[in-house]
Structures are given as structure tokens and as C-alpha cells.
Design a protein around this ligand. Structure first.
Ligand code: NAP
Length: 252
């Protein structure tokens, strides 16, 4: 079997898995953070687990770039977008969380590693070797420009919204409060909204099915969790703002 054929098969499986996982996650939320619960096997330190699980992404992408055949400025731009998000997500975000060292199931860490290996391979191998090489004119193409703008806007929304959440807790605190700042005034999970915007922006900027598969996966994973968070907020806080939506401002 050629590698290109293997890549296509994996891509189809990736889309199919996302379609299966989304309805499943509406009923079974991933057991970390406020939805942590017993029965998911042995656990490990949450910060170490987060770094381990996410570091696979920037490392695999950097490796696939280094061994790839497309190394012009467009490839560098794609790598830079990926690393901008993932260096933060892997090595800065976990240390900024407050109360984030709570244990997490090793099973969740392993699932995260497996996802990031597959996702890194699908994107990195396509963009840097198997897909067509982009010529430099791509940097002026409207799809690249709009995609990059959407990616950066999503990154800013994600970063700011996570920052608002961190600032709700004093060092050592672990409880939950109602976030009242920034995009939290509109939706319960603006950090997830920002993340989804980022990866749809990346899909547009790369104009690739691999990028689209990641965007679809992100939405399949985070939209049900946003819904579960929203339900949890409304059940936990009687004074939770009634006009606030789960994920999409003014809509849902
Ligand atoms: N691409 C993907 O598929 C994907 C998947 C998962 C996560 N992510 C990203 O990873 C980041 C973290 O995800 P997450 O699921 O942990 O997000 P989250 O549930 O919103 O929690 C983010 C952080 O804020 C704290 N927090 C949340 N709500 C709070 C409240 N009301 N009061 C006080 N503290 C609060 C959490 O503490 P606790 O941990 O104690 O709850 C956690 O440290 C997000 O930016 C998300 O977009 C991406």
C-alpha cells in the first residue's frame, strides 16, 4: 500500500470517527475538570498529563516539517500557525491553570496522545510532503488571508477567554464561579468557540481536507462539551445569566 493511499484511508476514518464521537460526547462527557468522576482507571498529575498529551502535536509537526520535501515560505507559515497554538497549549497553558494539577485519568492522556499522533501525521505529512507544494503566490490568496485572520482571531478569543477563567481563582483555589468578563458575557464556552474558529481558519488557509478533518474533530469534541458546561452552569448557579448561550453568540 502506498503512503498516499494510507493517508487517504486514515483521513476517511478520521472524518467517520468525528461523526461517531460527537453524539457520543453529548451523553458521556470526557472525565476531566468539572466533569471528572471515578471509574476511569488509574490517574496521574493533571499538569504532567496535559503536557505529555499536547506536546506530541508541536513535536510531530516540527519533525514532519524537518523531514518533509516542501520547505518554502508557505510551509513555514503553516508550521508557524501550528506552533503558535501548540507551543502555548503544551508548555504555557497547563502552568497557568489554577487548580489544574488535579489528577486526570491516564486513559484520557493516552486518548489525547493517540489523537495528536494521528492528527499531526494527517496534517504534517500532507502539508510538507504528500500534498501539492504551494507556490509563494498562495500567501496573497484570499483563502490564505481570510483563513489566517480567522485563525488569529480565534487564537485571541481562546487566549483571552482562558485568561478570564484563570483569574476567577486565587492561587490554590479550586471552586467554580460565574465568569462575567469578555466573551463569557455572550457564551458559556468562548474558549471553545475561539479554538473552533482557529482550526476552521487553518483549514481555509491550508485549503486541505487534512486541515478540515481537524476542524471538524475540534467542533465534534468541543461543541458537545460546551453544551454540557452550559447545562452544568445553569444547574449549579441559580443566578446564571439567562441570555447567555452555550457556544454561538445569540444563537445556541
Ligand atoms: N482542540 C480540542 O479538541 C481541544 C480539546 C480540549 C481542550 N481544548 C482547549 O484546551 C483548553 C482547556 O480546555 P478545558 O476543557 O479544560 O476548558 P475549561 O473547562 O473551560 O477549563 C479551562 C480552565 O479554567 C478553569 N475553569 C473553567 N471554568 C471555571 C469557572 N467557572 N470558575 C473557575 N475556574 C474555571 C478550569 O478548571 P478545572 O480544570 O478545575 O475545571 C481549567 O483550568 C481550552 O482552551 C480548549 O479550547 C481543545
Amino acid at each position: 500500500m502506498s503512503e498516499a493511499f494510507f493517508h487517504s484511508l486514515l483521513l476517511v476514518a478520521w472524518f467517520a470517527l468525528a461523526a461517531i464521537i460527537a453524539p457520543f460526547l453529548l451523553f458521556v462527557s470526557a472525565p476531566y475538570g468539572r466533569h471528572a468522576r471515578a471509574g476511569w482507571g488509574p490517574r496521574m498529575n493533571g499538569t504532567a498529563g496535559w503536557v505529555l498529551m499536547e506536546a506530541v502535536s508541536p513535536l510531530s509537526m516540527a519533525f514532519l516539517f524537518a523531514v518533509g520535501t516542501h520547505e518554502n515560505a508557505v510551509a513555514v507559515a503553516f508550521l508557524a500557525m501550528w506552533l503558535l497554538h501548540y507551543v502555548h497549549r503544551s508548555f504555557i497553558f497547563p502552568f497557568r491553570r489554577r487548580g489544574g494539577a488535579a489528577d486526570m485519568p491516564i486513559a484520557i492522556v493516552l486518548m489525547g496522545v493517540a489523537f495528536n499522533v494521528g492528527n499531526g501525521y494527517l496534517n504534517g505529512r500532507w502539508l510538507f510532503t504528500l500534498g501539492p507544494a504551494y507556490d509563494l503566490a498562495w500567501l496573497c490568496d484570499p483563502r490564505f488571508i481570510v483563513g489566517l485572520a480567522l485563525f488569529l482571531a480565534g487564537f485571541a478569543v481562546n487566549l483571552h477567554s482562558d485568561h478570564v477563567l484563570f483569574s476567577l481563582r486565587a492561587p490554590g483555589e479550586t471552586g467554580y464561579k460565574i465568569p462575567q468578563k469578555g466573551f463569557h458575557r455572550l457564551v458559556s464556552s468562548p474558549n471553545y468557540l475561539g479554538e473552533i474558529m482557529e482550526w476552521f481558519g487553518f483549514a481555509l488557509a491550508t485549503w486541505s481536507l487534512s486541515g478540515l478533518s481537524f476542524a471538524v474533530w475540534t467542533a465534534a469534541n468541543l461543541a458537545p462539551r460546551a453544551f454540557t458546561h452550559h447545562k452544568w452552569y445553569k444547574a449549579t448557579f441559580k443566578d446564571y445569566p439567562r441570555s447567555r448561550k452555550a457556544l454561538v453568540p445569540f444563537v445556541w
